[in-house]
Design a binder for this molecule. Structure first.
Ligand code: ATP
Ligand code: MG
Length: 276
């Protein structure tokens, strides 16, 4: 049990994100390694942002082998910090894996898809929309297990906390579904829950794993975001490589159906031959 933030020694920086920094830390009493995510906020503004509070709330609630575990949450009012102590994922993120290895085999991608879909099945069952499924938020541990992390733009459906479609736009638009990028055109306003948006993101991630980079033609290291958003909205298709198996193609097509009402659901995709 971690009782005090001061029992943790920072060893290294694991990553930087929108709202904060993630450190590799050592807990002296148990001599274990953890990851510590520190969100900094303005002490003069609201005591804590709604979104940070929501991230803490969700992390405390979830308990699944497909979701990165959070051992403790510390709220340091004086320092203006909210800290999450999480299990350390030694293998880094899928983003790192793609950067280092460029491409993954369909076997490996099938395992990635299974793990992410099972994580989403759990979250959606708890009425939680992740909202930011992308390679840098999918982490790998020493056993090679893949887990969903980063509830920075997540939301709980059904309560008073449902936000409008674009509130999460600080996240990467590249993995966002058409109904979130352009709710008016794609009927996002009627998209009462947003679970289908997570499925779209799975499709983009899976395709990216096979291609080795973000799967839109002409998108290199530094994508032009304006062009990208236009492409998603105007209905440009993400290209599936010729070399992909029929199962892979069919799986990705079910995820990337523009009309969210006709898109595959998590339950359906878990039964898909590509996942079996
Ligand atoms: P962003 O805004 O870029 O999505 P963020 O501020 O919400 O990021 P996270 O996505 O939670 O922060 O973490 C940022 C990075 O830190 C991850 O991509 C990953 O490389 C690393 N990281 C986060 N949590 C862990 C963990 N538990 N174990 C190992 N590395 C981690
Ligand atoms: Mg992140």
């Amino acid at each position: 049990n971690i009782e005090n933030l001061s029992d943790l020694n920072k060893l290294a920086v694991l990553g930087h994100g929108n709202g904060g920094t993630v450190y590799k830390v050592h807990h002296q009493r148990s001599s274990s390694i953890y990851a510590l995510k520190v969100l900094r906020f303005n002490q003069n503004a609201a005591p804590i942002s709604h979104q940070a509070a929501r991230e803490a709330e969700i992390l405390k609630r979830v308990d699944s082998q497909f979701i990165v575990k959070c051992q403790a949450v510390f709220y340091n009012t004086l320092g203006g910090e909210l800290c999450f102590v999480m299990e350390h994922m030694e293998g880094g993120s899928l983003y790192d894996a793609l950067r280092d290895r460029e491409k993954l085999s369909e076997d490996v991608i099938s395992r990635v898809a299974q793990c992410v879909l099972k994580g989403l099945q759990y979250l959606h069952g708890m009425q939680i929309v992740h909202g930011d499924i992308k390679p840098s938020n999918l982490l790998i541990n020493a056993k090679g297990e893949i887990k969903i992390a980063d509830f920075g733009v997540s939301r709980i459906v059904g309560g008073a906390t449902v936000r409008n479609a674009c509130e999460g736009c600080m996240g990467t638009c590249a993995y966002m579904s058409p109904e979130r990028v352009d709710p008016e055109r794609w009927g996002g306003d009627n998209n009462a829950d947003g679970f289908a948006g997570d499925v779209w993101s799975v499709g983009v991630v899976v395709l990216e794993c096979l291609v080795g980079h973000y799967p839109l033609i002409g998108m290199g290291e530094k994508p032009d975001w304006a062009a990208l958003i236009c492409a998603i909205c105007l209905g440009e298709r993400l290209e599936i490589p010729e070399s992909a198996s029929p199962e892979f193609r069919s799986f990705v097509r079910r995820c990337l159906v523009k009309d969210w009402r006709k898109r595959g659901t998590v339950e359906e995709l878990l039964q898909h031959p590509f996942c079996q």
